[in-house]
Design a protein around this ligand. Structure first.
Ligand code: ADP
Ligand code: MG
Length: 400
């Protein structure tokens, strides 16, 4: 079947089943959005106990590249998406010969590799950090790298939540840093003077129409997203508009169909620099479930099923707090001691106005593990922030 045939007709609500590669929380929230619209959802995920598998109508338990499972998924579903950017791109290609698939395999493959990602930024005329590819011991000793230092050495693939990264201060430290990352292909990026971090979520339909969520301001702690605020309190309107335009341009350049999140740095001089992108809904967009009339998961559904794309409207100000497994281990317990997890004070949090608690159904709390998120909605940004600070205090999270 040609791509044109596959995208010609919409899969209307309630018509057939949709498939998802990946079983994490992003898949779970997609399942919820799709089921709300009357679709059945089939999840392909090797893990027996997964957030999306538990919510889905059916769970195919097999590796993402398993030919038999992919055939089964294609037979069971009219359209298929992914919630995980490291799913083998060839699995998406195989599925796309038979079914409507979004996002496209080629775009996912670009997002899986930092060097390809940066090349895509350049091709779309989107500014990114000065960088060089380090893929051999020889490349790690080049004097030409001096202008990139101090820099951040990042593994080209499979890095997330600050994992697979080291700061490099001098040329002399570079070979050891590269070996410490396993001697795998890496990208060395100049460490930039950040003022703040933002992200933009766009959705592009098969017909090229693009809509976007409002710009999100993100605070990371220890390399992991901690707080997202919308409207972005410190971002000038012109910067926000520019970020939206750049993200839309990237989606177009990639001939993208689906939800794409682009993370940007706002530098101290106000310039915007693209950091990385994700070919899927993003942690920084979770607030949209409770604060927008169309969420990022609704957008994923609409682009996948070929339903109308309507520009989302932010109806409430929102602050999202990520709930990591650390919350189950209150500060008093030393990190090294085995401790019994303690359920956080959910009742205290839910007593606050505009509190929306999302837990992903993960059975075991571990430090650094994303267990859920809390979105506080309010009529204005000041009220959302004030309540979110109270929620943070209840949970023992730092103020922001
Ligand atoms: P991950 O895939 O782990 O999210 P990122 O590339 O987004 O990796 O890096 C994680 C965080 O590290 C960023 O959100 C930012 O705070 C910081 N960081 C990354 N690259 C740079 C850079 N070039 N200059 C300054 N800070 C950076
Ligand atoms: Mg990041």
């Amino acid at each position: 079947m040609s791509a044109a045939d596959l995208s010609a007709s919409a899969v209307l609500p309630g018509q057939g089943a949709l498939g998802v590669l990946g079983g994490g929380q992003l898949g779970r929230m997609f399942v919820h959005a799709a089921q709300t619209h009357g679709y059945r959802v089939v999840v392909l995920e090797p893990d027996a106990a997964s957030p999306a598998g538990a919510a889905a109508d059916a769970h195919l338990r097999a590796p993402y590249a398993d030919a038999k499972a992919l055939a089964e998924l294609a037979a069971a579903c009219v359209a298929i998406t992914t919630e995980f950017e490291n799913v083998p791109a060839d699995a998406l290609r195989t599925l796309a010969t038979q079914r409507r698939v979004s996002p496209p395999a080629d775009a996912v493959q670009v997002c899986q590799h930092r060097a390809r990602e940066k090349a895509a930024f350049a091709a779309a005329d989107v500014p990114c950090a000065p960088h060089a590819v380090i893929d051999s011991a020889e490349a790690a000793v080049s004097a030409a790298l001096a202008p990139l230092l101090p820099g951040i050495l990042k593994t080209a693939s499979l890095g997330y939540d600050g994992k697979g990264q080291v700061t490099v201060m001098s040329l002399a430290d570079l070979p050891a840093a590269w070996r410490a990352l396993g001697g795998v292909p890496c990208v060395l990026e100049q460490r930039l003077p950040l003022q703040l971090e933002i992200s933009v979520i766009v959705a592009r339909g098969a017909d090229g129409q693009v809509v976007h969520l409002p710009v999100q301001q993100n605070l990371h702690r220890g390399g992991i997203l901690a707080v997202t605020q919308v409207p972005a309190p410190e971002v000038p309107a012109a910067t926000a508009e520019q970020a939206v335009a750049l993200a839309g341009r990237l989606a177009q350049a990639l001939d993208y169909v689906g939800v794409l999140c682009v993370e940007f740095f706002v530098l101290q001089d106000g310039r915007l620099v693209a950091n990385e992108m994700a070919p899927r809904p993003h942690n920084s967009g979770h607030y949209s479930i409770d604060a927008c009339d169309v969420s990022q998961f609704d957008l994923q559904l609409r682009t996948l099923a070929g339903l109308p794309l309507v520009a989302p409207r932010l109806h409430s100000a929102a602050v999202m707090l990520n709930l990591l497994g650390d919350l189950w281990f209150p500060a008093a317990a030393a990190a090294s001691e085995p401790v019994t997890p303690v359920t956080p004070d959910w009742a205290g949090v839910l007593a606050l106005p505009g509190a929306h608690l999302h837990l992903y159904g993960k059975h075991e709390a571990r430090r650094g593990r994303k267990m859920g998120h809390l979105t506080i909605t309010a009529p204005d940004a000041a009220a959302a922030r004030a309540t979110a600070l109270r929620a943070a205090a209840v949970l023992g999270l730092p103020a922001f």
